[in-house]
Write a protein that binds this ligand. Sequence first.
Ligand SMILES: C[S@@+](CC[C@H](N)C(=O)[O-])C[C@H]1O[C@@H](n2cnc3c(N)ncnc32)[C@H](O)[C@@H]1O
Length: 216
Amino acid sequence: MARHGAARNTAARRTAPVETNSLFEEFYQKQQVVGEDSWDEFMTVLQKPMPVVVRLNRTKPHWQELQVSFAMDVRWSELPWFPGAWRCDAKDYDDSLRSQCSALNKSYALRFQEAASLVPPLLLEVKSTDLLLDLCAAPGSKTLECIELMREESDSLEGVVIANDADAERCFELLPLITRKARHPGCAVVLGNGAKYPAQFWGPGDQLLQPGLVRG
Ligand SMILES: C[S@@+](CC[C@H](N)C(=O)[O-])C[C@H]1O[C@@H](n2cnc3c(N)ncnc32)[C@H](O)[C@@H]1O
């Protein structure tokens, strides 16, 4: 990845004021999930900018060439538990890198996705013949990850993915992702309230995984 015009905006981000929010702090103090002696450390971690994580689309032809260019750029480090997912510190993510990654995202060569969000489809051990329901799918990162994992496992295209969301606008944004980008024929986008999804639709042995992935 090229390193042009890096310094200016990176420096501005480094000197950005620390964000605080008293309501946020009050909410978390009431949850009592962090002991008083760890509170300052907890807040320090939360106030650090999150790293940028991208997941390369390993179903794209020649994706390995992109993999090599990430490997050669010292600003990126690969997540050890997800081949093709790369992490960059916020301080190194300058405007030039941002526009390169945005272009790659538009062409569906990669997707921005937080590291934690990569985990559920991995735990699901998606197979190419599965029936998958993503109940809260928009903006579609895990849905796309599942489709890609299915495709990696086999070319069979037997699997079915149903991407549901209760928000009409967000649901509508799933359509081009799934139809134009992922191009998996066994896909449906559904507008519906996941809490009321018809239970009788699913047979014995189906599994439900946070935040709403069903595997049959
Ligand atoms: C954090 S996003 C989900 C991220 C998504 N799984 C991904 O990996 O890109 C939460 C989504 O849940 C949807 N949602 C919230 N309540 C819902 C419900 N009862 N039924 C269906 N979708 C719901 C919201 O509209 C929103 O798009």
